[in-house]
Design a protein around this ligand. Structure first.
Ligand code: HEC
Ligand code: HEC
Length: 152
């Protein structure tokens, strides 16, 4: 009998707790990057930003930063059979297209071997190189770029 009472007590505690958990999905007015919205609320996605069309390279902020892409890349396919980025940025085509050549590091495997063509770990360019939009920063940032890279 004692055991039954205990079991009932445990079960009712679990029910009470789960009901309370459901009621506390409201983050209490805390504004996050997704805005002030309850956790169970699906907000409409933000409008896509217009990617800049600028052609001049954008100054880098720190050594070893993958330079950001100063042009649109919509429709540039990168798959098993072709890599649109390399049709301009490879050493073979860079001179005629005026694009920056991929650097020597892009020929190196993770074991430090230098290949005769772009290394598989550098094949999917937009994994590291991203386009830019004229958008306000999501969070405040006091990062100062280093002067040696030509930043003001
Ligand atoms: C039609 C040719 C073309 C294609 C295709 C192309 N680019 Fe470019 N890219 C350029 C040119 C031209 C520049 C500007 C170079 C300059 O002005 O010095 C550039 C600049 C860049 C830069 C800046 C380099 C730097 O030193 O700051 C990056 C990064 C870049 N492109 C990445 C990409 C990626 C990633 C793709 C594929 C998704 C791509 N590009 C496809 C022509 C191209
Ligand atoms: C895993 C991350 C990564 C991938 C993938 C990658 N890059 Fe880079 N890229 C970098 C970094 C980091 C730098 C700057 C340091 C360096 O040169 O290695 C860079 C530099 C560059 C530069 C400037 C070279 C210079 O001499 O200033 C170009 C152009 C570039 N990448 C194009 C590409 C293209 C095109 C692809 C796809 C074929 C690609 N990258 C894939 C990380 C990456």
């Amino acid at each position: 009998m004692k055991l039954l009472t205990l079991a009932i007590a445990v079960v009712s505690t679990v029910i009470v707790l789960s009901v309370t958990a459901q009621e506390t999905v409201n983050p209490g007015g805390l504004a996050t990057i997704r805005g002030v919205a309850t956790i169970d609320e699906t907000r409409p996605a933000e409008k896509l930003k217009r990617v800049i069309k600028d052609k001049n390279p954008i100054a880098r902020n720190y050594v070893h930063q993958p330079p950001v892409v100063p042009h649109q890349i919509r429709g540039y396919r990168v798959d098993l059979n072709s890599n649109k980025c390399l049709s301009c940025h490879s050493w073979k085509y860079a001179a005629e297209t005026g694009a920056t050549k991929i650097s020597l590091t892009h020929f190196e495997t993770r074991d430090g071997k230098t290949l005769s063509d772009v290394s598989p770990r550098r094949y999917f360019c937009s994994q590291c190189h991203v386009t830019q939009a004229d958008a306000a920063p999501l969070v405040d940032n006091t990062f100062e770029p280093v002067e040696s890279l030509g930043n003001e």
